[in-house]
Design a protein around this ligand. Structure first.
Ligand code: GLC
Length: 740
């Protein structure tokens, strides 16, 4: 009977083989097995030079004959920034039709907060505490960028930043890993959509991996010293969240981490990202960061930098050309394992396949996108929700029947500044606050005075006209802050004051006795205690983007109610920095009340309060919210079990409004000292006057896990406190325990 069996087996085998081929062919073009097979086939046909070409990325300059020849030669796997849609399409055409292997280019761009439609800067978006709205904005950015021939955004930037002297705090989500994680995942999902190969999806690039925001002294590109428990419990968290959200690519950072350049760090790039997180996309270096390992005093020369970056797992070199210049010789000399080259190219090609670049995307028509009404509506809503009301003695909202309104300050009418840092494209639809206010009240009821030409203007010559405008009006909107060029990359400041004569201008206007409302635009927390003390209200608008003008007008007249909450602590003075809410208690915690308040020997200053000007999570409304009834159930929860923390919130004011309810916990003892508060949840709710609602957060003990001194991620039996609160410095608390 054997023949039958053999025959049967043979027949079955052939049948299975046919089935496998059919299934593979039937799979969507970006099915995993299909892609790996196609990568292997392509890799097997590539020369070493073509492989290293794929690992090389250049800024998109003019499409000269030389660049076209290099594309045909396979010299570049990717270009970024500056090109026009037409140039991008032509470069792709040459790569896919005139190079030997027709490998498409990966075209990247700093799409940081919008492409054609400019949204608020990321720090502002984070102040909305509205990840879903942030995701929608990223979805619009992806659609617009993809239409213009871009496949890849160098965003989200998820560097936790606790130091406002660092100008790049503007580009991230602030000081808290939980909020930054929510934003990182939202932006990643917005860019990549349901399917990365969809024509309106682009690849995310999570940056700057890792620890860049901990630059010593807040000085950009400076060294960072981050113990592993801090690296894992704070700085890596938002990167992990983006990885979990499916981020296709990462970008290695400029800084050293404990003496090792992030772009040559095998621990973070291979052990954490590849082995622990199973990341299989590509890592691109930041701009020139490979070559800069020589300047760091880490690599001996360019060839050494190339060798150590490739070994560490940086697959694509941005701007510097050490891979192209030195990798072939390193391979020939037996110093660089060619398998590392193959692995790098495999990861790069995998991203290109997943994007659908080999399956039609590279030949898709490209054109310059326009902002749709829906996109502008999202931009307006996000600008409204990002704006934080820091002070209001009742002057706001103004009545639209106001007879005359003075508008003062250069930031009231500066499109480039309201669009903020890294707004490299777009902005055709930007409407300034001055234009929006004139639209709302009619030009006759708005009188404008610049006051100062800019933050560097040392002349008081414009003050008289500003004071005169105030005197002739019923209220003053005073726009103060930083120009866009004062935040973002390479803009560290040693002072955080409002730059130049702006405080003096504020004082001169306050002296008129008219109601003065300050609208502050900046890319970071600034210090303005005296200014705030001297005026009636303060709104912090960050850089609100294209629809910042209409959004500010909505808020000023009460057509919208402020609901933004600070994603970062505002210091009283730069001397308090670093100052952040999730700090450790110390052995001598300072206090504002009780015996500790008068005890000299406490962790505080003798010349300024230890408390911030405004705490993380803070923000006012035009109504009032009362918190009560905080409960944890059960009050004793088994390790591995689940529990709820709930609180009752009542709108006790006269206006309906949003409130961002925040959940904080504190582990009171354990294997290491833990922060006095940690954000563990938040929910944006909407309450009518008189309405009250119980907000319930559902957690498991895993939500309280942290990386402990043994480098284990675990929750611990301990006593805890929990707050359901309006910000990180207030709210009612309840106690609970985790037990074995
Ligand atoms: C810059 C920035 C990075 C940006 C890249 C490309 O130096 O550090 O965030 O994406 O270069 O412009």
């Amino acid at each position: 009977m054997i023949p039958l069996r053999i025959g049967a087996i043979a027949g079955a085998g052939a049948l299975l083989a046919c089935l496998a081929i059919y299934l593979r062919a039937a799979q969507a073009p970006d099915g995993p097995r299909d892609i790996e097979a196609r990568i292997s086939d392509l890799l097997g046909r590539m020369t070493l030079e073509e492989k290293i070409g794929q690992m090389s990325q250049a800024p998109f300059g003019p499409l000269t004959d030389q660049v076209k020849a290099e594309i045909r030669q396979g010299r570049w796997g990717s270009f970024f920034n500056a090109a026009s849609p037409a140039d991008r399409a032509e470069a792709q055409r040459i790569a896919t039709q005139e190079s030997r292997l027709h490998i498409p280019l990966l075209i990247g761009q700093d799409v940081i907060h919008g492409y054609e439609t400019v949204f608020p800067i990321p720090l502002g978006q984070s102040a909305s505490w509205d990840p879903e709205l942030v995701r929608q904005a990223a979805r619009i950015a992806a659609r617009e960028a993809a239409q213009a021939g871009i496949d890849w955004a160098f965003s989200p930037m998820v560097d936790v930043a606790r130091d406002p002297r660092w100008g790049r705090i503007a580009e991230g989500a602030g000081e808290d890993p939980y909020l930054a994680s929510a934003m990182a995942a939202a932006i990643t999902r917005g860019y990549q959509g349901e399917r990365l190969s969809a024509p309106d999806s682009i690849a995310a690039c999570v940056k700057h991996y890792v620890g860049y925001g901990a630059a010593e002294g807040g000085r950009d590109y400076n060294a960072t010293w981050i113990p592993e428990v801090l690296l894992r419990n704070v700085y890596l968290k938002p990167f992990h969240a983006a990885r979990e959200a499916g981020a296709a690519t990462f970008m290695s950072a400029f800084n050293t981490i404990n003496g090792i350049p992030a772009t040559g760090d095998e621990f973070t790039l291979r052990q954490v990202l590849r082995q622990e997180w199973k990341f299989d996309g590509l890592v691109v270096s930041d701009y020139n960061a490979v070559r800069e390992m020589v300047a760091h005093g880490y690599a001996a020369e360019d060839a050494d930098a190339a060798l150590r970056a490739i070994r560490a797992g940086v697959e694509m070199e941005m701007f510097s050309t050490t891979y192209w210049d030195h990798a072939p010789k390193l391979v020939a000399a037996g110093k660089l394992d060619p398998k590392l080259i193959d692995q790098a190219v495999r990861d790069i090609l995998r991203v290109k396949f997943r994007l659908g670049l080999f399956d039609g995307r590279a030949a898709a028509p490209v054109s310059a996108p326009k902002s749709t009404p829906e996109a502008l509506a999202i931009a307006r809503q996000l600008a409204v929700e990002s704006t934080v009301l820091l002070k209001n003695d009742g002057a706001l909202p103004l009545r639209k029947s106001i007879a005359k309104l003075a508008v003062v300050g250069f930031l009231a009418d500066s499109k480039v500044d309201q669009n903020g840092t890294w707004a490299m494209t777009g902005g055709a639809t930007t409407i300034t606050p001055l234009a929006a206010l004139r639209q709302a009240l009619g030009p006759r009821r708005v009188v404008y005075a610049q006051g100062l030409k800019g933050s560097a203007d040392t002349s008081r010559g414009g003050f008289a006209a500003a004071v005169e405008a105030a005197r002739s009006s019923d209220a003053v909107l005073l726009f103060l802050g930083e120009e866009a060029a004062m935040s973002g990359e390479a803009t560290s400041r040693a002072y955080l004051d409002l730059p130049g004569l702006q405080p003096e201008l504020a004082a001169a206007l306050a002296k008129t006795g008219k109601p003065v409302i300050v609208i502050l635009m900046a890319g970071r927390p600034t210090t303005f205690h005296e200014v705030a003390a001297g005026v009636n209200a303060v709104l912090y608008g960050w850089a609100p983007g294209a629809m910042g003008g209409p959004a500010i007008a909505d808020l000023i007249f009460g057509d919208a109610v402020p609901s933004g909450r600070l994603p970062v602590t505002f210091p009283r003075t730069v001397g308090q920095v670093p100052i952040y809410y999730d700090h450790l208690s110390t052995g001598r915690p300072p206090a504002l009340t009780g015996p500790a308040a008068t005890d000299k020997y406490r962790s505080k200053y003798i010349d300024v309060s230890f408390t911030p000007e405004y705490p993380f999570g803070y923000g006012l409304s035009y109504t009032k919210f009362d918190y009560s009834g905080v409960r944890v159930s059960p009050a004793e929860v088994k390790l591995g079990g689940s529990f709820t923390v709930s609180g009752e919130i009542a709108n006790t004011g006269e206006r309906e409004a949003d409130e961002v309810v925040q959940l904080y916990t504190h582990q009171m003892a354990g294997s290491e000292a833990r922060p006095v508060r940690e954000l563990k949840g938040f929910e944006r709710i909407h309450l009518k006057p008189g309405e009250k609602r119980t907000v319930t957060f559902r957690l498991t003990t895993d939500d309280l896990a942290f990386w402990n001194p043994e480098m284990k991620l675990a929750a611990e039996p301990a006593a805890f406190e929990a707050w359901v609160a309006p910000d990180s410095a207030s709210g009612e608390k309840a106690s609970f325990r985790i037990v074995k």
